[in-house]
Design a protein around this ligand. Structure first.
Ligand code: GLA
Length: 452
């Protein structure tokens, strides 16, 4: 049988895929016909900007979800996992699939299947036997869930021999993934699908546009887990969704304050950039500072400012809870978008130090204005800066998960020693390997399907 040996696949991935193909035959009882690989990602800059229609700067990593698959004659998806932690799941492929209970791993597969069925309809006549193997740490802010969605989508398409351009999938799958209840943007799926080896990506949204950005020579990207799990389908979901709602409310307030100066309503804060391409985004902040306090406000206070009812606003913005910190949230989003612009220029100029300063500034803004850090992330950042990181920040949704650090290559051994000594030593017991929690990542290519 042919084994994936395509250009760009690492030796470790080759071994992993061989094991998976063998396991498929042993568990399913027939040979796999295709193998899919979808990588996770680390976001270098541009946090919580994607759902606001503003740019991000991530790269794909050499951790991925792989699926070995064979089509079925019926429309059933039979989903198994190489790890015993994830129970087997079976469901029919359709455009209206009832979800499992919240937090069930099978929901990510269902999200992909339902999303594709709603777009491709009768083209998808075959279900599939799927055997999944993932090595992206979950709840780490490295996009294990979106990689699972992307891999499942590619598997269902491969089983049906239907081709959908990756750019199109990158537009479809963020909406499909909202099946699990998180109001995420499109960064993770776009990176997993469209990344190019050796490069970061600058991604713009609505419409999706992607271009490669070089990374500075002589520096390593080191990712360190805070050991605080931030599961997308768990506790972090509510905190994440609240940020999305605060941004929607900020749009309503800005519409009111800009009045007739605004040619049309704002779907996202990023619409300001589209409507006023020559004005720096931070020019719009004083409208809010003049009217809003730093502290969170109730829905009634915000509604009174806009001249609407709290009920109407709750319905329009999907608001849950009753404390919304619009001013600091907007300050983060608008300033972060500016940092992405500057960071792209710094990277194109090969200016690692300028890029590192922007990472540090982004972290401060994530911590103080977006309030998505936690004590463990703060400790990791402090140690990283003392250990010589040129830039250090939390990455992904926040509320736990990982930090990403830019470290000059000669400093890497000393950096790792200090992180291990001052962060991990007291937290991990002897049987645990620190290598499971901190990683040096090289930018990898996006997803691929291998016919066997
Ligand atoms: C999660 C979401 C992304 C993005 C990041 C924060 O990873 O899935 O869409 O919003 O958080 O930048």
């Amino acid at each position: 049988m042919n084994r994936p040996t395509a250009a760009g696949i690492t030796h470790e991935e080759e071994e992993r895929s061989s094991r998976l193909i063998d396991a498929f035959r042993a568990t399913v009882g027939r040979p796999a016909r295709c193998l899919v690989r979808a990588p996770g990602r680390v976001n270098l800059l541009g946090e919580h900007t994607d759902y606001n229609g503003l740019p991000v700067l991530p790269m794909a990593i050499d951790r991925s979800v792989m699926i070995a698959l064979a089509p079925r004659e019926d429309r059933t998806i039979l989903l198994s996992n190489a790890s015993a932690d994830f129970p087997r799941r079976t469901y029919p492929l359709s455009d209206a699939i009832p979800p499992y209970a919240g937090g069930d791993w099978g929901n990510y597969s269902k999200a992909a299947a339902q999303g594709l069925a709603s777009h491709c309809g009768a083209q998808l006549q075959h279900g599939a036997d799927l055997l999944v193997d993932g090595n992206i740490p979950s709840g780490a802010g490295l996009s294990s869930s979106s990689a699972l969605v992307v891999a499942n989508a590619l598997a269902v398409l491969a089983a049906n021999e239907v081709d959908v351009p990756y750019e199109t999938l990158a537009e479809w799958l963020p909406a499909a993934e909202r099946y699990v209840g998180t109001l995420s943007g499109g960064m993770d799926q776009a990176t997993s699908l469209l990344a190019q080896a050796g490069h970061a990506l600058r991604i713009d949204f609505f419409p999706l546009r992607v271009r490669t950005v070089p990374l500075p020579a002589g520096y390593s990207i080191i990712v360190c887990h805070s050991l605080v799990q931030a599961e997308k389908s768990g506790a972090a979901k509510q905190a994440y969704n609240l940020r999305v709602i605060e941004c929607r409310l900020a749009c309503r307030v800005l519409e009111r304050l800009l009045g007739t100066g605004l040619p049309r309503s704002l779907n996202t804060l990023g619409d300001l950039a589209a409507l006023f391409p020559h004005r720096p985004l931070l020019d719009f902040l004083p409208y809010l500072t003049a009217q809003l306090p730093e502290r969170p406000q109730s829905l009634s206070e915000i509604a009174a400012l806009i001249g609407t009812s709290p009920e109407r606003l709750r319905e329009e913005c999907g608001a849950v809870g009753n404390a919304f910190a619009l001013l600091p949230r907007t300050r983060h989003v608008l300033s972060e978008a500016g940092r992405v612009e500057q960071a792209e220029r710094a990277l194109r100029d090969g200016d690692a130090l300028a890029f590192g300063q922007l990472m540090d500034a982004s972290h401060g803004s994530c911590r103080d204005d977006y309030e998505i850090s936690c004590p463990e992330l703060e400790e990791l950042i402090r140690i990283a800066k003392e250990a010589g990181a040129v830039g250090a920040r939390l990455t992904g949704a926040g509320f736990g998960g990982c930090t990403v650090n830019l470290v000059a290559e000669p400093e890497v051994p000393g950096f790792l020693t200090r992180i291990d000594r001052y962060f991990y030593r007291s937290r991990l017991d002897h049987s645990e390997r620190v290598g499971h929690y901190r990683f040096i990542f090289k930018p990898r290519a996006g997803a691929a399907v291998y016919r066997l």
